[in-house]
Design a protein around this ligand. Structure first.
Ligand code: IPE
Ligand code: IPE
Ligand code: MG
Length: 273
């Protein structure tokens, strides 16, 4: 093998196996950054989280993938509570994408049942923590009883003025954007909106996240570095923090470290500083 091809062989032999526990790229999260290291006056007003890696967490332990989803739910509770403690205003959790229907039927129905069972019992905790829940995503393909639960929980928590928690279920950002386009076209045909009225502000007012600030920080666990159809419009100027731990390993210390990483970034918004 020539010197040049040896170079490439060495380079690729060092690329970690995707998904292998704590061996993919991303900041080395070791939980050494405590809450005291955070600048509490500069917390993001909106954090988005792509909770990825449940399946690999379970497979690494010889467990069925569904065990990873169950463990992942425990982290959801911890991260929501920590957002409440820190006073974060908005948190969007990606729980099920429009693409996740392609998974095996058993996994999809396990997840739908997990949502159902969890949501049935969560209202007291939401009130205690003053959490307002909103479900973002398309309701059409979901079981009507699940949609009823969404509506009920949204109604029951609508006067909670603590954390606004968006749970993205059957969410796909392209579809969200298309639905805005359709609504605007309809309004234009009906003469309620003129072409010249359509600006970023009007457009954003038709998104699921209308009235909320754009996420300043988007965290994805498990070492994958992509958006997978999450908040494409809203993420225009977000800071991305991709971390190695799989979602069931992502605890409060790792969350603090991701916020710390966000606070160390220089956000320029196209200007010079
Ligand atoms: C994220 O974990 C949870 C959902 C998408 C519902 P995954 O289930 O995608 O786990 P991996 O990525 O296969 O490990
Ligand atoms: C993104 O994770 C969706 C959720 C976390 C709900 P996926 O595991 O579905 O994304 P891909 O398939 O790896 O892009
Ligand atoms: Mg995944």
């Amino acid at each position: 093998m020539g010197l040049f091809s040896q170079f490439w062989a060495d380079l690729f032999s060092r690329v970690p196996r995707p998904g292998a526990e704590r061996s993919v790229s991303g900041p080395d999260i070791d939980g050494t950054v405590g809450k005291e290291s955070l600048d509490l006056s500069r917390l993001p007003r909106h954090i988005g989280v792509i909770m990825d890696g449940n399946g690999r967490w379970a497979t690494n332990r010889g467990l069925p993938r569904t065990a990873g989803h169950r463990e992942g739910l425990a982290r959801v509770r911890e991260i929501v509570t920590e957002c409440v403690n820190l006073g974060i205003e908005n948190l969007t959790l990606y729980a099920f994408s429009t693409e996740n229907w392609k998974r095996p039927e058993e996994e999809v129905s396990f997840l739908m049942n997990l949502f159902r069972e969890t949501l049935k019992t969560e209202v007291d905790e939401m009130h205690k923590q003053r959490v307002r829940v909103r479900f973002i995503g398309e309701k059409d393909k979901l079981d009507p009883d699940l949609v009823k639960l969404f509506t009920k929980l949204e109604k029951q928590t609508e006067n909670n003025y603590g954390l606004n928690l968006n749970i993205a279920i059957n969410y796909g950002s392209r579809r969200e954007i298309l639905s805005v386009v359709r609504s605007l076209v309809r309004k234009a045909i009906e003469g309620e909106v003129k072409e010249s009225d359509i600006d970023e502000e009007l457009f954003a007012s038709y998104l699921y996240t209308a009235g909320q600030p754009d996420p300043e920080l988007i965290i994805r666990t498990s070492g994958e570095e992509r958006l997978s159809n999450f908040l494409l419009w809203q993420a225009a100027y977000a800071e991305f923090v991709f971390v190695r731990p799989l979602w069931p390993e992502f605890g409060v210390a790792e969350f603090h470290q991701a916020i710390y990483e966000y606070q160390s970034r220089n956000r320029r918004f196209g200007t010079v500083t």
